[in-house]
Design a protein. Structure first.
Length: 330
């Protein structure tokens, strides 16, 4: 899991939401000035990158007064202290989280980075173009290379997880860098780290795991997408277009939600989904009742390519680059 203020930029991935069913339908989307391809939101500011790889900063509520704060940026990660960016040149750049000062270019660190996983306790892990992994600790210029070749990384406060898509294996090690890689049994094609569990999509099924063991507990069912909050894990079967859910601790059985959906994402109090009819819906968790249609910032709703949430607002990016804001009650 990324640092507290970071929002992961996977299309339509939501982090903690705080709204209720009636409020989601009555609130309106507001279009913000500007055209961006990515938006990173926290409760204070918005960061964005446009199609020309220019980075922008805007204090919330952001009436469109975007400040150009950098060029040739391909990735942004925000932790509790700094904003980090990978430039198109592969170098790592750092700026104070509230946009004070300029970007500091770390020329003494490798310049072939393609992804960052930052933790709340000052450790940073990097994925490089050659699929190798390294790590650093803030304020220490020493780069520590670790063995192995991987395609995806994620981290939480305890461990870093790495997926090799050639062998479909997940490995993990302590986030502080000491120790060795341990391999989790099973054939997996995607992994994401939560606070207390990791979740993975296997080449044939969904699995879950407790942090402090290397045992991957397989869960019956065939699924194509998973998402979770602190209470439940949600899984979508794209053949049947059915969403199922079960307790996040792994005990209990799958329960099926009503409706035909082709994408789902879980917030704190609601699930949001795009139906097979290309409409946007929401349902109060655990969603054993009826989906309610809500206004979409783009029609059809499948033209929404990213949703990013903070505790009090939802931000959307459309395929045309439009940025939209949707208030959420605390």
């Amino acid at each position: 899991m990324k640092a507290p203020f970071c929002c992961i930029l996977v299309a339509l991935l939501l982090a903690g939401m705080g709204n209720h069913a009636a409020d989601a339908t009555t609130a309106q989307w507001t279009k913000l000035y500007g055209t961006m391809s990515q938006v990173y939101a926290n409760s204070v500011v918005l960061w964005s990158i446009d199609a020309q790889l220019k980075a922008y900063y805007c204090l919330r509520p952001c009436t469109g007064n975007w400040a150009h704060v950098g060029s040739s940026m391909v990735n942004i990660e925000v932790d509790a202290y700094y904003t980090w960016s990978i430039g198109a040149d592969g170098y790592l750049y750092k700026k104070a989280m509230q946009n004070s000062g300029g970007w500091g270019k770390h020329t003494y660190w490798p310049h072939d980075m393609i992804d960052i996983a930052s933790t709340r306790d000052s450790y940073m892990w990097f994925l490089h173009e050659d699929k190798s992994i390294s790590w650093i600790k803030h304020y220490n210029p020493t780069v520590h290379k670790v063995t192995g070749k991987f395609d995806q990384i994620d981290a939480n406060s305890q461990h870093v997880y790495a997926l090799n898509k050639t062998t479909n294996t997940i490995s993990f090690r302590p986030v502080h860098g000491r120790g060795q890689w341990r391999t989790i049994p099973g054939q997996m094609k995607y992994v994401t780290a939560g606070t207390h569990e990791i979740f993975a999509i296997g080449v044939d099924e969904v699995s879950w795991m407790q942090h402090y063991t290397s045992t991957l507990h397989k869960v019956p069912g065939k699924f194509d997408q998973i998402d979770a909050n602190s209470q439940h894990v949600y899984a979508l079967n794209k053949t049947t277009n059915v969403i199922s859910f079960r307790p996040v601790h792994g005990r209990g059985q799958w329960r099926t939600t009503p409706g035909q959906m082709k994408y789902e994402t879980a917030g704190t109090h609601e699930i949001f989904a795009i139906g097979v009819d290309d409409e946007l819906y929401h349902c109060t968790i655990p969603c054993a009742g009826i989906w309610e249609q809500m206004e979409s910032p783009a029609l059809p709703a499948s033209n929404v390519v990213q949703l990013d949430a903070t505790i009090d607002a939802l931000f959307a990016v459309t395929s045309a680059g439009g940025i939209y804001h949707h208030e959420l009650p605390l």
